[in-house]
Design a protein around this ligand. Structure first.
Ligand SMILES: Cc1ncc(COP(=O)(O)O)c(C=O)c1O
Length: 362
């Protein structure tokens, strides 16, 4: 018998399920299961990566100063209030690990991103799930769940997998009402796809207990490279930096992300295309009898009437080489989350579902 035991919470972790990337026997797979940017990364990012690889025998910078400076310049932020991580997942891990532990509680919402309870368990804290209201984060439900043990509230705005957003003013109301010992983390993985929204930056600028996170994995097309960042009060950043590994980002990650963030035209063009194709996909899904909320992200969550109908729709898409994400684990057994692609890719989705509705596919 061994006396080796895992730390509290670790054995409660259910492994993260990523979107599928392969279909047996299909070579021309259209992967719409992970909300990636199917246009890829800005070309300048690839060039910077290749160039940086020349220096891969040397350790990267420990303070990420050039990348933080670039993010600061582009977004109008003080680089001293920024921290960079291996994807925004790592930044979310910094905050949970640095500010919570056994006996503490971390609040997340009913259909919230599945990493939130995992991160709570990793830290030994207790994940506390609160209801949403018709697939939208419910500020009152969050406030009702706050106790003296609460350390962090995690929410994404826009949210994944619903694509919904809090109404104007709701984030401020939440930040105003939370006790000052609770950190509000506003996860902005999909911010660039939303309009008229600063991603919580003004709240994080003015409050000591609000942290904003962002990623290069979505609109910047760098999901395979793994870079994200957080913005918050210097005291928060100072604590998190102490647990960040000194060389967490490689020379190629740093160089590519820096080039990507400076390509603001790329982001603008991708966002515009997404708005157009998202509206087209949403309209077509509704016409085909698949309900969906208005999405503010680069995906749409379609809801079938039954699990059997969702299975059939997925089978029809798969038969056409299209992979989407089933989101039963997020409380939507009849849900199909579909990443928005370009005009041709969106057309392929609509055509496959139309054929299915017309009875031409299983
Ligand atoms: C809401 C949300 N937050 C954070 C992430 C993590 O992204 P990354 O670690 O690639 O930055 C994702 C990825 O899908 C997400 O959907």
């Amino acid at each position: 018998m061994t006396r080796i035991t895992a730390q509290p919470g670790i054995m409660d972790i259910a492994l993260y399920q990523g979107g599928r990337s392969q279909l047996a026997g299909v070579t021309d797979v259209l992967k719409l299961s992970s909300n990636e940017n199917l246009l890829g990364a800005p070309p300048a990012a690839g060039a910077a990566l290749v160039q940086a690889a020349q220096g891969m025998h040397l350790y990267p910078s420990t303070d990420h100063a050039p990348l933080r400076a670039a993010i600061g310049e582009v977004w109008g932020l003080d680089p001293e209030r920024l921290i960079c991580g291996v994807g925004s997942d790592e930044v979310l891990q910094f905050v949970s690990q640095a500010f919570s532990g056994p006996g503490d509680e971390i609040i997340y919402t009913e259909h919230g991103f599945s990493m939130y309870p995992i991160l709570a368990n990793m830290a030994g804290a207790t994940p506390v799930c609160v209801p949403e209201n018709e697939r939208v984060v419910d500020v009152d439900a969050i406030l009702a769940a706050v106790t003296e043990r609460t350390r962090i509230v995690f929410l994404a705005n826009p949210a994944n997998p619903t694509g919904t957003m809090l109404a104007n003013g709701e984030l401020d109301r939440l930040a105003d009402a939370l006790p000052d010992y609770v950190i509000l983390v506003i996860d902005g993985a999909y911010v660039e796809f939303a309009t008229d929204y600063d991603g919580g930056i003004s709240l994080a600028r003015s409050r000591p207990n609000v942290l904003v996170t962002r990623t290069f994995s979505k609109i910047y097309g760098l999901g395979g490279l793994r870079v994200g960042w957080g913005y918050g009060a210097p005291a928060l950043i100072d604590v998190m930096t102490r647990i960040r590994q000194p060389f967490n980002l490689s020379v190629v990650q740093l160089a590519a992300a820096e080039a990507a963030v400076r390509d603001t035209d790329w982001v603008k063009d991708c966002a515009a295309l997404n708005v157009e194709q998202r509206a087209r996909l949403t309209g077509a899904l509704r016409q085909l009898g698949l309900a969906c909320d208005d999405s503010h992200a680069n995906f749409v969550l379609a809801r079938a009437q039954s699990e059997a109908e969702a299975d059939a729709a997925e089978a029809a898409l798969n038969a056409d080489g299209i992979l989407i994400r089933r989101v039963g684990g997020y409380g939507f057994p009849t849900g199909l989350r579909i990443t928005v692609g370009n005009a041709e890719q969106t057309g392929r989705v609509i055509a496959a579902l139309t054929r299915w509705r017309e009875g031409a596919t299983p």
